[in-house]
Design a binder for this molecule. Structure first.
Ligand SMILES: [Zn+2]
Length: 265
């Protein structure tokens, strides 16, 4: 294989929310199905495989995760079942779905100015789990955790996991901080109650296994733009993990060729 690099550094994990046709999207949480398909096709073309965070971390532990990229979907939108899962299945990819355990079958009430988006029901979460998707916890109510009491924090972390374990039949190893908000107390609690890992957003002050930074992907992200983000991740975090060589090869190709079709939005 000629692998000379060690798989250290922080792995590349992409962050999605909703995949759906849309008209209005003030929080920029929606990627159109056409764009999503294009992004997945492009990962495949680079020789990369999208996987759950759990699988990514296991593979890296065994020193075998070089061609893997983590795919995560926050909030557990119902459109995942219809618009994302079939595409993932077509490419042989999996993903992690971070579900809001206390709002199953409800909507994204925490985004007051955005359009209502329906969340997966308990039955649908089970179906996603049975389809090979990792179920992780996104808390109980989707609140900013640094400002809640210790008692509430216990419910948001431990109780949400109990609910999702019961519903999905999975162990529920991962947690994802709502709004990416986390401080030392919150991260410590997530670790203490026994989560194996946790995800945050790009600017992670406490980066580590319980604050894994992720790369936001939006509808404006053409493959060359994701590439630029991947390169930035690679450079800023001494990235040596999955796809690093391919990313740099691809960067050379894109920068050299100057695709006429890039940058359309
Ligand atoms: Zn969220």
């Amino acid at each position: 294989m000629g692998e000379t690099r060690r798989a250290d550094g922080i792995p590349l994990i992409l962050m999605y929310h909703s995949v759906s046709p849309y008209q209005c999207d003030p929080y920029r949480i929606t990627v159109s199905p056409v764009r999503f398909e294009q992004q997945m096709r492009w990962l495949r073309r680079l020789g990369l495989t999208g996987v759950s965070v759990r699988r990514l971390l296991e593979a890296r532990h065994l020193d075998s995760g070089r061609r893997l990229v983590g795919l995560t979907f926050d909030d557990g939108y119902a459109d995942f079942a219809e618009c994302a899962l079939p595409v993932l299945a077509r490419y042989g990819f999996t993903a992690t779905l971070f579900v809001v355990a206390g709002r199953l079958g409800g909507d994204n009430a925490w985004d007051p100015d955005g359009p209502r988006k329906t969340l997966l029901t308990a039955d649908q979460v089970l179906r996603m789990a049975n389809a090979g998707i990792e179920i992780g916890s996104h808390g109980l109510r989707h609140v900013s955790l640094p400002s809640v009491t210790d008692l509430e924090l216990a419910a948001e972390t431990a109780t949400s996991r109990d609910i999702l374990r019961r519903i999905s039949g999975q162990d529920v190893a991962g947690f994802c901080y709502p709004f990416g908000h986390a401080d030392r107390r919150v991260i410590g609690t997530v670790q203490d109650v026994g989560y194996d890992y946790a995800c945050t957003v790009e600017s992670a002050a406490h980066a580590g296994r319980h604050a894994l930074p992720r790369t936001y992907v939006g509808d404006a992200d053409s493959p060359p733009r994701i590439l630029a983000k991947g390169m930035r991740h690679w450079l800023t975090r001494s990235y040596r993990g999955p796809g690093a060589e391919r990313l740099s090869d691809a960067a050379a190709i894109v920068l050299g060729k100057r695709s006429k079709r890039s940058g359309s939005g």
